[in-house]
Design a binder for this molecule. Structure first.
Ligand SMILES: Cc1cc2nc3c(=O)[nH]c(=O)nc-3n(C[C@H](O)[C@H](O)[C@H](O)COP(=O)(O)O)c2cc1C
Length: 288
């Protein structure tokens, strides 16, 4: 085919759906957030339906209105590790915070996910913004926006250095000579940033993709710049075509400014589809 363009599809799943009353729908299993079969069903539907990736968001706190709105959430990487075993093709992207996680933990968990998925892992890099999350980590207030983004860059650079601390052929695994690793191919990183330090190397061999796919949803000036520098995929919510086009071209320009090929950064605008047999039925379902 000539001039064909392929649309990438990524399913964004929070709990029992984006609608705060999703758990109350007659067909919902209200307790499904901790039921592995629910997650397996979603992953299989996405994979069979032609989606490229499944994305699990995460907030590190129970919300204030948790008595009425479902906001409990298991760790996305635990869910995605289980989904690795029942899917073959689909990308599995999990959210993790640069504000509350250390890069060694992040690099290790995502390298592990990339191994168990055989090269299908993605990290949605968030800086976290909800004060309730700060309370769970012994802070009285959330570090401010600028500090969170500066830390995000430091943590991401450290994680990248840790993934790069292994050459892909570092494991010799010669049973006869007893040589398991080639020490010249596993190096310390000595990351000494303004927020985090790590000597390295990582204790997980280089993952199949080299590093996981990096996703981000920067909207502010600092967030967009971060995404243009590090992300492979950018999630965005846009409400009109003009705004979406402006965002797209702004992100591509920023990527070029950071020395990247514009096509190396993919933009994923969000939509909430209302599925029904006809347009009319979909309208009815929307306003029901
Ligand atoms: C589709 C989408 C999903 C997001 N998922 C999460 C999430 O799971 N956890 C989170 O803390 N923030 C999430 N965010 C928020 C972003 O990470 C980011 O903080 C927000 O877009 C504001 O951008 P800024 O950091 O540039 O101010 C999401 C944003 C979008 C558009």
């Amino acid at each position: 085919m000539t001039n064909s363009r392929r649309m990438g599809l990524n399913a964004v799943i929070f709990g029992l759906g984006s609608h705060e009353s999703g758990w109350r729908m007659p067909e919902s299993n209200a307790l499904a957030s901790t039921d592995l079969d629910y997650w397996i069903d979603i992953a299989r539907r996405c994979e069979n339906g032609g989606f490229d990736a499944l994305f699990l968001g995460d907030v590190l706190a129970l919300q204030q209105s948790a008595d009425r709105h479902l906001s409990d959430a298991m760790d996305p990487l635990v869910i995605l590790s289980a989904l690795a075993a029942v899917t073959q093709r689909i990308g599995l992207i999990g959210t993790a915070s640069t504000t509350f996680d250390h890069p060694f933990h992040l690099a290790r968990r995502f390298a592990s996910l990339d191994h168990v998925t055989r090269g299908r892992a993605g990290w949605d890099i968030v800086t976290s913004s909800n004060p309730l999350e700060a309370y769970n980590f012994g802070l009285y207030t959330m570090p401010d926006h600028a500090e969170r983004h500066a830390r995000a860059a430091d943590v991401t650079q450290a994680a990248i250095a840790l993934w790069d601390s292994w050459h892909s052929d570092a494991r010799i695994a010669e049973k006869q000579s007893g040589r398991y690793l080639d020490p010249a191919k596993v190096q310390t990183v000595d990351h000494d940033g303004p927020f985090v330090r790590s000597r390295g190397p990582l204790n997980v061999p280089r993952p199949p993709q080299g590093r996981p796919v990096l996703a981000q949803a920067g909207a502010s000036e600092a967030g967009r710049d971060f995404a243009a520098r590090y992300a492979d995929i950018v999630f965005t919510v846009q409400s009109d075509l003009g705004g979406a086009q402006a965002f797209y071209s702004d992100m591509k320009t920023r990527a070029v400014h950071h020395g990247r090929a514009p096509e190396s950064l993919l933009i994923y605008p969000g939509i909430v589809p209302i599925a029904a047999a006809t347009h009319q039925e979909a309208e009815k379902r929307l306003w029901k």
